[in-house]
Write a protein that binds this ligand. Structure first.
Ligand SMILES: [Zn+2]
Length: 275
């Protein structure tokens, strides 16, 4: 036995921890020159290119998913508004609430949103569609809502929901003016007449009275009464959902997305034209 070979029995069996550390150190040392290699510019550009490609593939899908989630949420809002209309009618001899314009808010006149608010069980805000349960596509403070106070849903004015003015506003012959004829009874609404819809402000002006005389979207079809001013497009109906559709609440409480082109044609007498 040489001097080098001599050691006590068991001296070659070092504790496991010591052996392991020794192995790691030797491995790390052998790899170190390679780990300093890093990325070349070409490799970096390839990775960036792949990430950009993935984003371009995923973004449209994400946008579609967001839009369809917004449309579902909007339909749910209108369905709840429909239930509130029904409860209001049950408490008011079958009548629907009355109508109004935004500028009357300052005059403390009760409009349809604040009249159905008590039936929606919300502790905050006063107007569904404006203070809560907004259609998420219409963003406050944009060109569509510069005053931060417009309702995102409008009712079918004035053949379905109208003013209920005092008799002092009556015509000389004692009849009520057409714009203040009062609202319809809910039970008299047909299942294919719309009651409320995506809109800019709390009313959609019926084209039966405010007839189309200009082409808002430039597709060759007259679709707007220009006298209604800056918010005139589609007489305030707002087809803001995919496929140029507006969600609509109908007389029987169902909600569906209606393409603006169908609304323009008054399909199934959707406006409830005629008195
Ligand atoms: Zn909507």
């Amino acid at each position: 036995m040489s001097l080098v070979d001599w050691r006590p029995i068991g001296a070659g069996l070092a504790p496991m921890g010591i052996l392991r550390r020794s192995n790691i150190n030797s491995t790390t040392d052998s790899c170190r020159p390679h780990s300093r290699h890093g990325f070349t510019l070409v490799e970096l550009l390839v990775v960036i290119g792949i990430i950009a490609l993935l984003i371009s593939i995923l973004m449209p899908a994400l946008t579609r998913a967001r839009q369809s989630a917004q449309a579902v949420s909007c339909s749910s809002n209108l369905r709840q508004i429909g239930l509130a209309f029904q409860m209001y009618a049950q408490s008011n001899k079958g009548s629907l609430p009355t109508c109004g314009y935004e500028y009357e808010l300052s005059q403390n006149i009760n409009l349809w949103p604040s009249l159905i608010h008590p039936y929606l069980n919300r502790s905050t805000g006063q107007e569904p569609g404006r203070d809560y349960m907004r259609c998420e596509v219409m963003i406050r403070g944009t060109a569509d809502d510069p005053n931060h106070q417009l309702n995102t849903y409008g009712v079918n004015y004035c053949r379905v929901i109208s003013y209920d003015m005092p008799d002092s506003y009556n015509n000389p012959d004692g009849t009520k003016p057409w714009w203040a004829a009062g609202t319809k009874k809910l039970i008299r609404l047909k299942a294919d007449t719309f009651l409320a819809a995506d809109a800019v402000g709390s009313v959609v002006y019926t084209p039966e009275v405010w007839s189309f005389d200009s082409d808002f979207d430039g597709n060759g079809v007259v679709d707007t009464n220009a006298s209604l001013g800056w918010e005139a497009k589609y007489n305030r109906l707002d087809p803001r959902h995919p496929g140029k559709t507006a969600n609509m609440l109908f007389g029987d409480g169902h909600v569906t997305a209606v393409p603006v082109a169908e609304w323009e044609k008054n399909i199934n007498n959707i406006w409830n034209s005629g008195k």
